[in-house]
Design a protein around this ligand. Structure first.
Ligand code: GLP
Length: 264
């Protein structure tokens, strides 16, 4: 795991440099194909999306053929609801990066029954497989350590499925709705096992409200009590933090030394 701690205004450009590096490697690979980017919603990656939009605008990267895959979706929001993750990804990512809506895969949370939702979850998994898997998954982290909507207690090998949102998550997300009661109670989310299959994971976190979850994810035990600790199992993870989000880490000095590469 590579942990980069930087200033609050450097998180987005630093994360963008990681994405551009991985996209460059893909473009140079012998098995070259259009990239598949895993896209988180939430406030954490918005600056990164703006940086990537600037890179597209000035020709440093071309994402016209790229596919975007969402991490999760609320259950039960009407189609076109401004807070549905499909709407947010079309608005914040698709339009800015030039990825058309028909290249954005989002779990379908419109089913009325558990069976319909499970069928949609299975179809979403098949779609990811048909695209050849996710090359780089962008992630935020919940204050309770969730990834996507994998709440504490989620199986580490879980696949895309219906998940009940915790009250903590609904309280955190109430700011996007008219209040707590308006936040959906359920989601369809990539499972932790699904997330682990992406070739690269890039986690962004800022602010002191994330410090405890970040410390548990990066340096705590691998446990479903902190779903984001599953990152420790993955071979290519980059974590980009500001000072406040990194405040609970014990090994800061080592991460800085490791980031310096082979220079002594
Ligand atoms: C939401 C999303 C997650 C996101 C997290 C953090 O509930 N389902 O994918 O990473 O919460 O959000 P934010 O970046 O706004 O703090």
């Amino acid at each position: 795991m590579e942990v980069i701690v930087t200033g609050p205004h450097e998180v987005a450009p630093t994360a963008a440099a990681v994405v551009l590096d991985r996209l460059g490697r893909l473009a140079r690979a012998a098995t070259r194909r259009e990239p598949v980017l895993g896209l988180a919603t939430g406030s954490s990656p918005l600056g990164l999306y703006r940086e990537l939009a600037a890179a597209v605008a000035d020709g440093r990267v071309d994402l016209a053929g790229a596919h975007g895959v969402a991490l999760d979706e609320y259950v039960g929001l009407p189609q076109g609801h401004p807070q549905s993750y499909r709407s947010i990804l079309v608005r914040e990512v698709g339009e800015r990066l030039g990825v058309p809506p028909d290249r954005l895969e989002v779990p379908d949370g419109s089913g009325d029954t558990l069976e319909e939702l499970e069928t949609a979850a299975a179809a979403f998994e098949r779609r990811i497989a048909a695209l050849g898997g996710i090359d780089l998954q962008i992630l935020g982290i919940g204050a309770n350590g969730h990834l996507g909507f994998n709440e504490p207690g989620s199986a580490l090998a879980s696949r895309t499925r219906v998940k009940r949102l915790s009250d903590r998550t609904r309280e955190d997300n109430a700011r996007f709705f008219s209040g707590f009661d308006a936040v959906p109670t359920h989601s369809v989310t990539q499972g932790l096992g699904t997330i682990l299959e992406a070739r690269t994971l890039l986690l962004l976190a800022t602010g002191e409200a994330k410090a405890r979850a970040v410390a548990a994810a990066v340096e705590g035990p691998l446990t479903s009590s902190c779903p984001a600790s599953v990152l420790q199992w993955h071979p290519d993870v980059v974590v980009v933090l500001d000072e406040a989000a990194a405040a609970g880490l014990r090994n800061r000095e080592y991460y800085a030394e490791a980031a310096a590469g082979l220079s002594r």
